[in-house]
Write a protein that binds this ligand. Sequence first.
Ligand SMILES: Nc1ncnc2c1ncn2[C@@H]1O[C@H](COP(=O)(O)OP(=O)(O)OP(=O)(O)O)[C@@H](O)[C@H]1O
Ligand SMILES: [Mg+2]
Length: 294
Amino acid sequence: MKVIAVATQKGGVGKTSTTVNLGAGLALGGARVLIVDLDPQAQAGTALGVNLAGEDQLSRSLGWVLQARLQGMRMDVATVWFDRSELVAEFEDAGTLHLLACEESTMTAAQDLIHKKGYQSTPVLRRMLMELEDQFDFVVIDTPPAVSSLSATALAAADYVITVCVPEYPALKGAAATRGTVAYVKDRTGGECDPQYLGAVLNRSNPPSRWKAQEVNIRNGMLDANLAPFETDVRSDNRISDSFAYGVPSVLRFASHPPGKMYGELMGQILTRMSQPEEKWELPERIEGEAAGV
Ligand SMILES: Nc1ncnc2c1ncn2[C@@H]1O[C@H](COP(=O)(O)OP(=O)(O)OP(=O)(O)O)[C@@H](O)[C@H]1O
Ligand SMILES: [Mg+2]
């Protein structure tokens, strides 16, 4: 089982879109996938058609499960997760897709508890996921924006961390800060957790022929900041944003159109990097000279 966290401090750049499309795409390719929604905004759940509402559903929030575990109680995660495999059922040779959903109040309480207990409590999610090792091939974790005890918990749970950027300067800064944080996780968890940084997705990009100076600078800035951008960018595409409303990720709704193809390529590059040492990773070329359209 490989655990991938999608993280950056910057809000609204596409963490959730990347998480659900990668997770669903891996399931489409035959893998057994668990998507973990660690953001109190609970958007990964929305993107997969699950919204926890009402008292009876709060007990299925990951926020409850984390609180219980932090207080030394055991909870069977399989009674809480949502089986969303129906989303991939129509595809031949698809795998399975499960979701650990969350809800704001329970998640915020879990966040406060982790914060109170300090860094030694951040492996709580990793320990829980390791118990599911035989049941999933991939776990993909959606994380909240900003630095919080929940984002620290996500990084501690991860084998690999992917960050996301859009062609705007603050996004570059947020991604670089996250990359820097990954390096401290091992020390802060007494060696228990040791995530590897895997690269940055440039999301909401335009076709290179329409790139302006800022986009060229961000692409080059990603290379300069050692963010190891993937070769495939995810273009700005309304089909990606619309899909939230349908509760079905774009990679499934438009499997043989650009969203499916872009995420498919990206997935291939992610899997390749996982199997290679960093020196062998393929990076996009640096763009020299004037940007097109400037
Ligand atoms: N490639 C894309 N093309 C078009 N719209 C996109 C794309 N990626 C993301 N969006 C839209 O941008 C908005 C923000 O994306 P998303 O929710 O994935 O970001 P986020 O980083 O998870 O945000 P937050 O920090 O609030 O959790 C959403 O409305 C989403 O549908
Ligand atoms: Mg999000």
